[in-house]
Design a protein around this ligand. Structure first.
Ligand code: GDD
Ligand code: MN
Length: 414
C-alpha cells in the first residue's frame, strides 16, 4: 500500500503542540492509516541524510512493507538537508519531508512531525546514525506486544556509549541525577530518560498539550502522556561519523528549564499515581540494612573518635566509619533488598560495577550526611548523636532513591 506522495514539502503545522487521535477505522481517511510513523529530526545533516533514509527504508521494507512512513523534519538547514531529502522521495515512496522555517528546536520538530503522521505507533530516531537503526525491530516488537512506550536505552543489558569522554558521561549522569531529584516519578520510570530514540503508542499521547524545551522529548512523553507499560531495549550509542553534534551549554540550561516547567505544571501528572507507587517494601528493607549500617557506623565512630578510645578527629573518624558502613550496606542490599534484581546481574564485573556506583552515590550521601551533621550540630541541636541521626536519615533517602534508579536500575519496565 504505497503512499502517493505529492512531490512537495509537507506543510509545517503551527499552534499548540498537540497530536490528534487517528480517524476512526470506518471514516474515509482510514484507508491512509499506517502502523508506524518514524520522525527523523535534522539540522545540518546533509552528509548523513542519504544514508539514514536508505538504511531505515531497507529495514522497514523488510518488516512492515508499505505500512510505515519516514518523516524528515528539517529546520531549514543552511547545508540544504531538506532539499537533499526532497530529492530522495522519488526513490523512497514512504518518505515525507517537512521544512520548518519559523520554528527551531529538536523536541518541537519531533512533535510537528508526529502531528502530520498517519501511524498508530509514533517513533523518533536521530538523523546522524548514532542511534543504530536495526534496534527498531526490537522496539516495534515490544510496542506491538502491548507496550505504550518502547525506549532504546544505553543503561540496560546490551546498552552503552561507544566513545563518550568522561566529562560527557559525567554530565549525562549528573543531568539524570538532577532529574531524579526534581521529577523522580517521571525520570524514575526508565533507565535512560535522556534517550532520544523511542517509539510510543499514539493514543497514549493524543489530545495532550505538549510543551517541551530543548532536547528531552522523552520526559514530555512520560510526564504528560498516559504511559502504562514501558519496554526497554539496550543499544550502544555510536560515534558520530559525519557532521557535528548540536549540543551546547544551552541544551543543559534548557534541560533544567524543562524539568522545572514539567515539575510546576504537572504536579498531579495524569495517571502517574496509579502506575508508579513508591516501593515501600524495598525502602523498609533498605532502611533496616541502613540501620545495621548505623550500628557499624556508630561502633566505628566510637572506637575511633570517642575521648575514651582512640580520640581521633570527628570528621576523619566519621568518614572511615561511613566507608565501612557503606561496604556493609552494599553486601546486605545486594543479598536482600535488591536480591531479585541482583539475581539477574550475577556476574562479578556487574557486582563490582554496582558496588562502585553504590559507593559513589553513598559517598555523595556521606558528603550530604557530614553537611547536615555539621549544620544541625552547629546551628540547631548541640548534640552530636542526635545531629548524626538526622544526618543519616537525610542521606538514607538520597541513597535509596538514587541507588534504586542507578545502581540496581529498578524501573517500571516489565
Ligand atoms: N529539526 C531539528 N531542529 N533537528 C535538530 C535540531 C533542531 O533544532 N537540533 C538537533 N537536531 C537533530 C540533529 O540533526 C540530529 O539528527 C538529532 O537531532 C540529534 O542531534 P545531535 O546534536 O546529534 O544530538 P546528540 O547526538 O548530541 O544527542 C542525541 O542523543 C542523545 C542520546 O540518546 C540526542 O538525541 C539527545 O537527545 C539524546 O539524549
Ligand atoms: Mn548525535
Amino acid at each position: 500500500m504505497s503512499i502517493k506522495q505529492p512531490n512537495l514539502l509537507l506543510p509545517a503545522p503551527s499552534g499548540d503542540l498537540q497530536i490528534s487521535e487517528l480517524p476512526s477505522a470506518t471514516s474515509d481517511e482510514a484507508s491512509a492509516l499506517l502502523s508506524f510513523s518514524l520522525v527523523v529530526p535534522t539540522y545540518n545533516e546533509a552528509a548523513n541524510i542519504n544514508k539514514i533514509v536508505r538504511i531505515l527504508s531497507q529495514i522497514l521494507d523488510e518488516i512492515i512493507p508499505g505500512d510505515y512512513e519516514l518523516i524528515v523534519v528539517d529546520d531549514d538547514s543552511p547545508d540544504g538537508t531538506w532539499q537533499l531529502a526532497l530529492s530522495l522521495i522519488a526513490e523512497y515512496p514512504q518518505l515525507r519531508v517537512m521544512r520548518r522555517q519559523h520554528e527551531r528546536g529538536l523536541s518541537s520538530a519531533i512533535i510537528r512531525g508526529w502531528q502530520v503522521a498517519k501511524g498508530r505507533f509514533l517513533g523518533v530516531i536521530d538523523g546522524d546514525l548514532q542511534h543504530p537503526p536495526h534496534v527498531l525491530l526490537q522496539l516495534l516488537n515490544a510496542i506491538q506486544e502491548g507496550a505504550d512506550l518502547a525506549v532504546a536505552s544505553r543503561h540496560v543489558e546490551g546498552g552503552g556509549v561507544s566513545s563518550w569522554s568522561f566529562i560527557r558521561r559525567f554530565l549525562s549522569r549528573g543531568a539524570q541525577l538532577l532529574g531524579l531529584i526534581i521529577l523522580p516519578r517521571v525520570l524514575g520510570r526508565v533507565s535512560d530518560p535522556m534517550s532520544g530514540y523511542f517509539l510510543v503508542r499514539r493514543s497514549a499521547i493524543a489530545n495532550v498539550k505538549l510543551n517541551p524545551v530543548g532536547y528531552k522529548i522523552l520526559l514530555e512523553v512520560i510526564g504528560r502522556g498516559d504511559i502504562r507499560q514501558i519496554a526497554e531495549v539496550g543499544y550502544v550509542f555510536c560515534e558520530r561519523k559525519e557532521g557535528e553534534s548540536k549540543v551546547t551549554w544551552k541544551q543543559y540550561l534548557d534541560y533544567i528549564h524543562h524539568l522545572l516547567r514539567l515539575r510546576l505544571s504537572t504536579f498531579q501528572i495524569r495517571g502517574l499515581s496509579v502506575h508508579n507507587s513508591f516501593p515501600i517494601g524495598r525502602f523498609i528493607r533498605f532502611g533496616l540494612v541502613g540501620l545495621s549500617g548505623v550500628f557499624v557506623d556508630m561502633a566505628v565512630l566510637y572506637l575511633l573518635s570517642d575521648p575514651t578510645t582512640l580520640g581521633l578527629p570527628l570528621t576523619r573518624s566519621k568518614i572511615i566509619a561511613g566507608e565501612i558502613a557503606i561496604f556493609n550496606n552494599f553486601l546486605w542490599n545486594d543479598a536482600w533488598t535488591f536480591a531479585d534484581v541482583a539475581m539477574q546481574q550475577k556476574q562479578w564485573h556487574q557486582r563490582l560495577k554496582r558496588f562502585l556506583k553504590f559507593n559513589i552515590i553513598c559517598l555523595a550521601g556521606l558528603v550530604l550526611n557530614v553537611l547536615v551533621l555539621n549544620l544541625v550540630f552547629n546551628f540547631i541541636i548541640h548534640n552530636r548523636y542526635i545531629a548524626n541521626l538526622i544526618a543519616i536519615a537525610a542521606a538514607t533517602v538520597w541513597n535509596f532513591w538514587v541507588n534504586l534508579k542507578l545502581s540496581w536500575r529498578v524501573t517500571q519496565v516489565k
